[in-house]
Every structure is written in structure tokens, then in C-alpha cells.
Write a protein that binds this ligand. Structure first.
Ligand SMILES: Cc1cc2nc3c(=O)[nH]c(=O)nc-3n(C[C@H](O)[C@H](O)[C@H](O)COP(=O)(O)O)c2cc1C
Length: 195
């Protein structure tokens, strides 16, 4: 799939109208105002199984599991901007997001076992990423464990730079609407994506 100027929006929370989905909706809307169309996947509704560590991807850089992750793979290399919305579950990103990231092991294999370059370095340099998250505890350090995981994700899909939008003390669905400036900051992040 050719590398293109669009936003890949990955909604990973099982709560379809939950806090991280509301924030990602805002980011997508802002990006639309900036002229960047979005391709959307509701990851939690998809059949994305965990990595089986079969290491078949060491042979060709591809995953042998024939599930819905096959729809997402081409976009991970083709989209100029990748945004992942994933709440904190048990002190890290939710399992739906983690399964998707683990399934990127084939991209790691392509680069480091097979020495391929799935993403052109010139495109990698202009790619951007967003990590959107919320947690219930009123403790920003709750996001500490999410950051290395997300850094690894963006590194392995070859996104040059990424930002995070994280909000603590946000628990019941929709609570993010009551956080002053939260929706605006997500909207502005989308709108400020450079063309
Ligand atoms: C299974 C589960 C585990 C959770 N674990 C944590 C946690 O470890 N720390 C925390 O602060 N909040 C935790 N939460 C609360 C969620 O992070 C919070 O409700 C968040 O706003 C959910 O975002 P969403 O509406 O986008 O799904 C947990 C919620 C669930 C359902």
C-alpha cells in the first residue's frame, strides 16, 4: 500500500462511547478541518488475536494469523499519522491495544531479522503519532507503564515523532467531557497536524 497523507485512527477501548473514544473523535474532527482524512478502525470490535510467538514471521516478515489484523497492517506503514486511543486497564494499556501491538512483531521481524525497510526513511521522518489515554485514578503516574509500550509501538511502525494526550481521574463513560480543556486540546492536536 502506497504511503499517503491520511490519519489512521485506532479506537481500542471496548467502551465505544467512552472517554478515549470521545477524545479520538475530537482529534479526528480537528484533523479533518486541517484537511487530513481519517481511516478508522474499532479495534475492540475486531478479531485481533494475541501473538502466538510461532516466529513464522522470521521467514517473510508476515503474520500467519488470518484475522482482522490483516486489514490494519497495510495502514500501519501507509498512514502519515497514526493515533491510538487506549484506556489504562490494570496499570497499562488495555489488552485490545496490547494485542495489536504484539502483532506488530512481524514488522520488527521484517526490519531486524530480514533487514527490510517497510517504511521509506524520508516518510518516517514526516510521520506523526498520538497516544490518547484516560485512567480512573487521580494519579498521573498511572500512565508511566503505558509510555514505554507506546514508544515501542511507534518505533516499530516507524513513526518519527509522537505526542500523548493523557487524562487522570476520568472514570465513568463521558467523564472526560467535564474536564476543562480536554476536548479542545484533542481537537487542537488534530487541527495542528502539519500538512
Ligand atoms: C478492567 C479495567 C481495569 C482498569 N484499571 C485501571 C487502573 O489500573 N488504573 C486506573 O487508574 N484506572 C483503571 N481503570 C479505569 C479506566 O482507565 C477508566 O474508566 C477510563 O476512563 C476508561 O476509558 P474508556 O472510557 O475510553 O474505556 C480500569 C477499568 C477497567 C474496566
Amino acid at each position: 500500500m502506497a504511503q499517503q497523507d491520511y490519519l489512521l485512527a485506532l479506537y481500542a477501548s471496548p467502551r465505544k462511547k467512552g472517554n478515549t473514544a470521545i477524545l479520538l473523535d475530537e482529534l479526528v474532527a480537528g484533523a479533518g478541518e486541517a484537511g487530513l482524512e481519517a481511516t478508522v478502525f474499532h479495534v475492540a470490535s475486531m478479531d485481533i488475536r494475541p501473538c502466538r510467538e510461532c516466529n513464522a514471521c522470521y521467514e517473510d516478515g508476515k503474520c500467519v494469523q488470518n484475522d482482522d489484523m490483516q486489514q490494519i497492517y497495510p495502514h500501519l506503514a501507509a498512514a502519515r499519522v497514526v493515533a491510538m486511543a487506549a484506556p489504562v486497564f490494570s496499570m497499562n494499556i488495555c489488552a485490545q491495544a496490547k494485542a495489536l501491538i504484539d502483532r506488530c512483531q512481524c514488522l520488527w521481524s521484517a526490519r531486524y531479522v530480514l533487514k527490510q525497510t517497510p517504511v521509506d526513511p524520508a516518510f518516517e521522518a514526516v510521520r506523526g503519532g498520538f497516544f490518547i489515554s484516560c485512567c480512573g485514578r487521580d494519579a498521573p503516574e498511572t500512565f508511566d507503564c503505558t509510555r514505554p509500550t507506546m514508544a515501542y509501538f511507534f518505533y516499530i511502525i516507524q513513526v518519527g515523532g509522537w505526542e500523548s494526550l493523557t487524562f487522570a481521574a476520568v472514570d465513568e463513560a463521558g467523564a472526560i467531557r467535564r474536564v476543562p480543556g480536554a476536548l479542545e486540546s484533542a481537537h487542537d492536536s488534530g487541527r495542528s497536524i502539519e500538512s
